[in-house]
Ligand binder design. Structure first.
Ligand SMILES: *Cc1c(COP(=O)(O)O)cnc(C)c1O
Length: 357
């Protein structure tokens, strides 16, 4: 049966990425060797990592003065690397969910953390507004897409201090004004590649301004100086990321992708709002994620949750069970998810309503 993959991460990748990576695992461009068994310093591999860095810059329109590095350790290691490299005294954080909280916890090891606002009072079901960012903070950290709770900051915020953003789950889903950010980072396993590589876009001039000693591997400067080759980079996931970047470029880049993402999300949110059996967990449409769409059974219909999960499963839809801290359902509609999968889900919701009403 055809599967519709709604997993939140690791998650669906373009067929193009999977097929080309599978081919290169067997034989990279006819050189008689697997991409997994060549030196990261071979001319073949250097061409791969350089093209991946170049496409990052091209697709996100990254200005001069920034470097793209590929690291290990996941987005979670960045929670510590960011303050290690950037925080002198104080940093500001917006608390919009579990990932923000983990970032805040690490930052507290390095200095004063000013949590300017939080949406924890309502189980992170909205994006806080109307807060003040202290002008003396070294940076302001945000999580642009809250993978677990289905909220998203859709614009590049105006801030008196430079922004740092965890974009693990919405990178390449829309155009970004990179010039507003000191650092953008994320694990690749949501919208880009298999797990194992972390991308970091660093504004070169923000580094070198803290007094503390930074261990070599945790210092961004090390990786910038060595073109992500200080030690062995995650070679295979970077190869897969390159395929996704080529796929995205062929599709028309992030502007074209954004349009598709908006259409897919609108289709599903419209059905959630219309269907009497379901309700969205994010009230304000402006805060609703285009990548992770959370919904629950409507009031009084809670006992139908299991039936619906069984129905979608029987039709080949996987990964729709909501995160335990929200419950209900979460449809992750990343770049690679076909419109057809969203249509299948919407049709199933409509049929379910007819059956159960
Ligand atoms: C998945 C996710 C993380 C964690 O990423 P790891 O690579 O597993 O450390 C962090 N932030 C956000 C927004 C995520 O979606």
């Amino acid at each position: 049966m055809k599967k519709h993959n709604f997993y939140a991460g690791p998650s669906i990748l373009p067929r193009y990425t999977i097929e080309n990576t599978a081919k290169a695992v067997l034989d990279l461009d006819g050189i008689g060797l697997s991409v997994m068994e060549i030196s990261h310093r071979s001319k073949e591999y250097i061409a791969i990592i350089e093209e991946a860095q170049d496409l990052f810059k091209e697709l996100l329109n990254i200005p001069e003065g920034y470097t793209v590095v590929f690291l290990g350790g996941g987005a979670s290691l960045q929670f510590a690397m960011v303050p290690f490299n950037l925080m002198n005294k104080k940093a500001a954080y917006l608390n919009t969910g579990a990932w923000s909280k983990k970032a805040i916890k690490e930052a507290k090891l390095f200095g004063e953390v000013d949590v300017v606002a939080s949406s924890e009072d309502k189980n992170f079901s909205y994006i806080p507004k109307g807060y003040t960012i202290p002008a003396d903070a070294d940076y302001f950290h945000i999580t642009t897409n809250n993978t677990i709770y289905g909220t998203e900051i859709h614009t590049d915020l105006d801030s008196p201090v430079q922004l740092v953003a965890d974009m693990s789950s919405d990178i390449f889903s829309r155009p970004v004004d990179v010039s507003k950010y000191a650092i953008i980072y994320g694990g690749a396993q949501k919208n880009l590649a298999p797990a194992g590589v972390t991308f970091v876009i660093v504004k070169n001039e923000v580094l070198g301004k803290v007094d503390r000693e930074i261990p070599t591997m945790l210092n961004y400067q090390t990786h910038i100086d060595k073109g992500s080759m200080f030690n062995t980079p995650p070679c295979l996931p970077i190869y897969a990321a390159l395929q996704t970047l080529r796929w995205l470029k062929n599709l028309g880049g992030v502007e074209a992708m954004q349009k598709v993402n908006q259409d897919k999300a609108a289709m599903l949110y419209n059905e959630i709002d219309r269907n009497s059996l379901f309700k969205s967990t994010v009230q304000d449409p402006a805060d609703r994620s285009l990548m992770n769409i959370c919904f629950v059974m409507n009031d009084g219909k809670e006992d139908l949750e299991k039936d619906f999960l069984e129905m979608v499963t029987s039709r080949g839809m996987v990964g729709l069970k909501g995160h335990r801290s929200v419950g209900g359902f979460r449809a992750s509609t990343y770049n690679a998810l076909p419109v057809d999968s969203v249509k299948t889900l919407v049709e199933t919701m409509q049929e379910f309503e007819t059956l159960k009403k």
